[in-house]
Write a protein that binds this ligand. Structure first.
Ligand code: ACM
Length: 295
């Protein structure tokens, strides 16, 4: 390996509203990753607060600052020897909140990504973000998306075009109203979308899901680390187990993955001139049919 990086994803069950206990749990997973000499650890979406809020006051009470909150400070201490973490937090931003992913290193907060595509009831608690930052860490360039963002391929594509070699994905995959949750091999749809994203962009995907049930919402597990060729290098994890998946990947594979053949280049072969009319349109094309949500 010429550009090795050790990546880990922590799959466990944060508890709704228990900010102190959730901080302790996140620190314990980070300590375990640090002991395994991990370079980049990804923790789940809303690991600081839990996911299924019952009220505005509950959401507000578990929000914290992205740069100097207690969780960020606690994880900074664990990063002293070179670990970097991406963790999902309920971010307090003045009068509003964001469903955010924070990058933390030995010196503390490095960057914040605020989820662009809010899912279902998240729209009651959070404001969407507006930017897709990439950060240069000692081992490579990292971007972030959160859970439902994966269903919008433009986000990962924008990160890859901005040079991201790894996309960290704090997630809380849910069954929603889907008729099928897992395939025969135990993969959930999030795994398959993450594999497609890796293959389409020649990017490493590190997806940290949670497990457990909150107020009748079941989370799917299936955390996964996908190589830049689109195939899993670790996982998917079990549907209920708490586990740290660890994988060594070579970031030199990223350039190779983007050159599918000597005559192809995933980015150079793009045809934005032909896509623009569709991609920049704010609304569905005329004649598009909106599907009613089953009750
Ligand atoms: C989700 O976006 N957390 C389903």
């Amino acid at each position: 390996m010429s550009r090795p990086v050790r990546i880990a994803v922590a799959q466990y069950a944060p508890t709704i509203g228990y900010v102190d206990a959730n901080r302790v749990a996140a620190v314990q997973w980070a300590e375990r990753a640090a002991a395994e000499k991990v370079d980049l650890l990804v923790l789940p979406e809303l690991a600081s607060s839990g996911y299924v809020f019952a009220s505005e006051s509950e959401a507000a009470a578990s929000a914290e600052d992205a740069e100097h909150g207690e969780l960020v400070d606690a994880l900074t201490a664990v990063c002293a020897d070179g670990l970097h973490c991406v963790v999902g937090i309920n971010e307090a931003d003045g009068a509003v909140r964001h469903n955010s992913a924070v990058v933390i290193g030995p010196q503390g907060h490095i960057a914040t990504y605020r989820k662009l595509h809010l899912f279902n009831d998240e729209k009651s608690w959070f404001e969407p973000g507006g930017e897709l930052p990439v950060v240069d860490l000692p081992f490579g360039r990292v971007g972030m998306v959160i859970c439902f963002d994966l269903w919008f391929p433009e986000a990962a594509r924008a990160l890859a075009l901005a040079g991201a070699e790894i996309i960290a994905v704090p997630t809380n995959w849910v069954a929603s109203f889907r008729r099928q949750v897992y395939d025969a091999a135990g993969y959930c749809l999030g795994d398959i979308v993450a594999m497609a994203t890796a293959g389409q962009n020649g990017v490493v995907m590190a997806c940290a899901d949670r497990v457990g049930v909150e107020r009748e919402v079941r989370f799917l597990g299936c955390s996964i680390i996908v190589g830049s060729d689109g195939w899993p290098v670790q996982g998917p994890a079990g549907h209920e187990e708490e586990v740290l998946l660890v994988a060594d990947v070579d970031l030199d594979g990223v350039a190779l993955a983007r050159r599918r053949t000597p005559r192809n280049d995933l980015f150079g072969d793009r045809r934005p001139d032909s896509y623009n009319a569709v991609v920049i349109s704010a609304s569905p094309p005329a004649g598009a049919v909106t599907t009613p949500i089953p009750s």
